[in-house]
Design a binder for this molecule. Sequence first.
Ligand SMILES: *Cc1c(COP(=O)(O)O)cnc(C)c1O
Length: 254
Amino acid sequence: MKNETYKDNLKRIADQINDTCSRVNRDPKEITLIAVTKNVEVDTISDFLEIGHTDFGESRPQELVKRNAFIAESINHDRKMAGLNPDQVTYLPRWHMIGHLQRNKVRQILPFVGYIHSVDSLRLAEEINTSAARLGLEHKVRIFMQVNTSEEKQKTGLAVGAVIPLADQICTLPNLEIVGLMTMAPHTDDLQKCSFCFGRLREIFEEIKGENIIGPSFQHLSMGMSQDYIAAIEKGATMLRIGSAIFNNPNGQL
Ligand SMILES: *Cc1c(COP(=O)(O)O)cnc(C)c1O
């Protein structure tokens, strides 16, 4: 990789994941690190793919579309070149849509997105369902329900009490598969507040599992960012969404 800093950062985060997991008796293999690549040059994504890091998160649909096109093109190019070197392995990206999604942007991202982490209304779920049918997708679209566990007014996400009713409704949509719950902790240095939010998401998750509302696809907790991912692992996170801890240099600049 061109930028050794990124490699060091990845290593440091992997060490933290391992240490935290052994402290709380979890298997680090349960945890996927999503590299949040907003603000990052697209060549960096190619560098990550080269070392086998395949999970990427973007918060803006347009950016996701552009980056996917760029990466697809460079993979095609590499594959042509690989005619010369048949042993070359190519890793394909798995894209995670992690930001607020407007209904009119759904159709652009559906053909290639791996997971949508930010479903917070029936209308959005219905749009995904109809678009998937129109596009003739062969797979179900894997989604997370985003929950506003901090109950801050400006935050997006479902109110805690709205999660189970929406899960019931989404389960009637044939082209969607709910794989888990997602939350963002408040922007604060107070890790206890973050921990409380993650614990809350975990409780809702256990309740849904206990009542078997969704079925076996329901496995994931998408929570934990650069500042709070250790607290998230302690509370059972299976997908961490980390940007600045990977891509900022030690001085905090991009
Ligand atoms: C930007 C972003 C992240 C990553 O945040 P960092 O603090 O840079 O790790 C995670 N989740 C969402 C939804 C984001 O928008």
